[in-house]
Write a protein that binds this ligand. Structure first.
Ligand code: MET
Length: 404
């Protein structure tokens, strides 16, 4: 059956690797090398000239890295993928690739803090502007498209509010206006959502999160649907800006990815149970989880996602002081930015992941000081509930004394 697989669960374990070509090693070898020795000067010349395929130098490609790229392209229904040294390296590479001075980028109303920072740099240094749109209706989106708009950039679910962008709607509009659609699919992983199926031209991931899943790698992946375009990207922006992944980190990603589908099932299952628990908590105001019927875009989420994933956001009664007190009282759940790990993590976006965004902008995105983001891990859900419960009780007791 070679390397043709019907199911992605099989491809993520086997694709792009033939053990008979590697001394029968079951585990994919780590090519921890910066460069590759040519058999002759002429061979080196031919490889640089593109007349012969083969390895040259790890910034231009590496066999261990290539396995990650092949597997990610398959999982996202793309044609080609490039691995990077961080999610932000993938974001910056694709935005630099599709824009030039004077262009405009139309973004979803909420985006990750460092993506916001990158857009500010692009504006200041290269006169590449951006604006935000709630992406709710066709008229509203079309009203924000300018003559100089070249691409639509969205996250869905949006970090950290868990708002959903209707990919079918945005995909249709992008196509109608000849705009590239770029989707940050980090929160869903390719096992829950495939934006290329809805018309996206590029999908990217902070592979630091679910793709790796073990909290020990910083990495990014960009998937495209046009092979020639991706070769061009590899040989220009990726090669010359140089934001590549290390072979060792790629090797760790391969190891993590093998269980991605299994982990996503458990993350989603645990998150759904925690949402039910959080609803019964008097200190919790609003909960945002895509697969909960109370979510404003529940129907859209059901249309484009296979499950709700592991991220849950909620507002706690009171502001920053209560939110921080609550986090400090957690015993099992770690206070940390990042997500998608085996460990359950909590963070306060207004002062952490999204703190670089000016307060007014942040509030327009729905990121208030009472908002907490929970990345539900793989522990037994009863232990997670018990930890949250005891922290809520401590908040109640403490603030009852100081009349909350
Ligand atoms: C440097 S803040 C960190 C990162 C990560 N992208 C998150 O949303 O948690």
């Amino acid at each position: 059956m070679g390397n043709k697989f019907i199911k992605k669960e099989t491809a993520v374990v086997h694709k792009g690797y033939d053990s008979s070509q590697h001394h029968d090693s079951l585990s994919i070898p780590l090519y921890q090398t910066s460069t590759f020795a040519f058999s002759s000067a002429e061979q080196g010349e031919r490889r640089f000239a593109g007349e012969e395929t083969g390895n040259i130098y790890s910034r231009l490609g590496n066999p261990t890295v290539r396995v990650v790229e092949e597997r990610m392209a398959e999982l996202e229904n793309g044609q080609s993928a490039l691995a990077f040294g961080s999610g932000m390296a993938a974001v910056s590479a694709v935005l630099i690739h599709v824009t030039k001075t004077g262009d405009h980028i139309l973004c979803s109303r909420g985006i990750y803090g460092c993506t916001f920072g990158l857009l500010e740099i692009m504006q200041e240094k290269y006169n590449i502007s951006h604006s935000f749109n709630a992406m709710a209706t066709e008229q509203d989106i079309e009203a924000s498209i300018r003559p100089e708009t070249v691409c639509i950039y969205v996250e869905t679910p949006i970090n950290p509010t868990m708002e959903i962008v209707d990919l079918e709607l945005v995909g249709k509009i992008a196509q109608k206006h000849g705009l590239k659609l770029i989707v940050d699919n980090t929160f869903s992983s390719p096992f829950l959502q495939n934006p290329i199926d809805f018309g996206a031209d590029y999908v990217l991931h902070s592979a630091t999160k679910y793709i790796n899943g073990h909290g020990d790698v910083i990495a990014g992946v960009l998937i495209g649907k046009d092979v020639e375009d991706m070769i061009n990207l590899r040989m220009t922006v990726q090669k010359d800006f140089g934001g590549i992944i290390s072979p060792f980190d790629a090797w760790l990603l391969i190891r993590g990815m093998k269980t991605l589908h299994v982990r996503m099932d458990r993350h989603s299952e645990n998150a759904e149970k925690l949402v039910t628990f959080l609803k019964s908590e008097p200190l919790v105001k609003e909960i945002s989880y895509p697969f909960d019927p109370s979510h404003p875009q529940y129907e859209i989420a059901k249309k484009q996602m296979k499950a709700g994933g592991g991220l849950v956001s909620f507002n706690i009664q009171g502001g920053k002081e209560v939110a921080q007190y609550f986090m400090n009282e957690l015993e099992l759940i770690k206070i940390a930015v990042s997500l998608g790990d085996a460990e359950t993590l909590i963070q306060h976006p207004a002062t952490m992941t999204h703190s670089v965004i000016p307060e007014l902008e942040r509030e327009k995105m729905g990121i208030t000081h009472s908002l907490l983001r929970l990345s539900v891990g793989l522990e037994h859900v009863d232990d997670l509930m018990a930890d949250l419960k005891q922290a809520f009780i401590k908040v109640e007791t403490h603030f009852a004394k100081t009349s909350m």
